[in-house]
Design a protein around this ligand. Structure first.
Ligand SMILES: *Cc1c(COP(=O)(O)O)cnc(C)c1O
Length: 383
């Protein structure tokens, strides 16, 4: 089955018992047992719930993995994956990773002596140089948020395998519709399903897919032991969102192309960040491993514009954290998504105070461009 069909019919397709075309919502904490030690596959909903299982099978099919897991948030998913490691293990982390990923390693797991090091994973030699005896995983985001750096997933996975290291990819920005890291050699893929997979800004969820039975057993143990599971209702809502991923992404991307064209031809825009936009090498790598640049754009306005005024003058595009919903959202990474990263590291990474990040929604593209154009007029400070 092609991915557009798999989005709708993958995982558990409907309900065998009644013929309902949707997976039923099993709002239950526990299950009747038929005798001592005799149950029908379910004992307690932290361990397993049929609605959650449906979304877990679905994401596993979509990522072409071995088994999927659903968590109460993207961060709960990342946290569960980090719990596969132990004190003194070291994780190499893409520079510019999601702020929360950095924070959980820097402020929570550090207390348990799990080590991390930031590295520019777009340069394989820099990654090679950081690998030592304690390195157990390379955690990558590609494209990164918000500067859209590209990492070669196949090359990193190959290097990692040679050193017996796991490759973990946060695939939130691309989704399996545009990029399938397990097919490129990654071991673990994770998502903030809060974003494009849910797609309607109405739930918080995280998903993980692993590529083999050993990792699946370990992660299921962690999931059941620590309990950060996705509720049945949110699992059901997430399945509903995933069904329309392909049509939503196609429109997100078409709108993004129009907005990039507008920004490119506007002299007030100093710089645009979009996957592979001004770097032929990273462009080639991105298009080798993904079918599109996606629908996230970052850009910098020249200093004649009041950024706060620009952001607050938009009428249609909403100033808010998050991304990947049907509505366009705009944010200021330095004070919002990346505020947890210390200012000096932010500056080093290029997340300046002038940087703006736009999650392009599926509204009419002319309305979006008019909104940006009006807000620019209002926020002009003069030369
Ligand atoms: C939002 C996000 C997360 C965290 O997910 P939550 O669902 O908010 O916990 C992780 N990685 C990326 C790339 C994200 O955008």
């Amino acid at each position: 089955m092609k991915i557009e069909s798999l989005l709708i019919h993958g995982g558990i397709d409907g309900d065998e018992k009644t013929g309902a075309v949707n997976v039923p919502l099993y709002l239950t904490s526990t299950y009747k047992q038929d005798g001592i030690g005799q149950h029908r596959g379910y004992e307690y909903s932290r361990t397993g719930n049929p609605t959650r299982e449906a979304v877990e099978k679905l994401i596993s099919d979509l990522e072409d993995g071995h088994k999927g897991f659903a968590f109460a948030s993207g961060m709960a998913a990342t946290t569960a994956v980090m719990m596969l490691f132990k004190a003194h293990d070291k994780i190499l982390l893409s520079a510019n990773v999601y702020g929360g990923t950095f924070r959980v390693l820097d402020k929570v797991f550090k207390n348990f002596n799990l080590q991390y090091e930031l590295v520019d994973t777009s340069d394989i030699n820099k990654v090679k140089a950081k690998i030592d005896i304690n390195t157990k995983a390379i955690f990558i985001e590609t494209p990164t948020n918000p500067l859209m750096n590209i990492t070669d997933i196949a090359a990193i996975s190959k290097l990692a395998r040679e050193h017996n290291i796991l490759t973990i990819i946060d695939n939130t920005f691309m989704t399996p519709y545009l990029q399938q890291p397990i097919k490129l050699g990654a071991d673990i893929v994770l998502h903030s399903a809060t974003k494009y997979l849910g797609g309607h800004s109405d739930l918080i969820a995280g998903l993980v897919v692993v590529n083999n039975a050993e990792l699946a057993d370990k992660l299921h143990f962690v999931q059941n032991a620590t309990g950060g599971v996705l509720s049945p209702f949110d699992s059901w809502l997430l399945i509903r969102g995933i069904k329309t991923l392909a049509v939503r992404m196609d429109r997100h991307i078409a709108n993004t192309k129009e907005i990039i064209h507008y920004l490119q031809n506007n002299p007030v825009v100093e710089k645009i960040y979009y996957p592979g936009f001004d770097n032929e090498n990273s462009d080639n790598i991105h298009h080798k491993q993904a079918t599109s640049g996606g629908a996230m754009i970052s850009f910098v306005l020249n200093k004649n514009y009041d950024i706060n005024k620009f952001l607050t003058s938009l009428q249609l595009i909403t100033l808010a954290e998050s991304l990947g919903g049907v509505e366009s959202l705009i944010s200021h990474p330095a004070s919002m998504t990346h505020a947890a990263i210390p200012a000096e590291i932010r500056a080093e990474l290029g997340i300046t105070d002038g940087l703006i990040r736009l999650s392009v929604g599926i509204e009419n593209h002319e309305d979006l461009i008019n909104d940006i154009s009006n807000a620019l007029d209002i926020s002009f400070k003069g030369i």
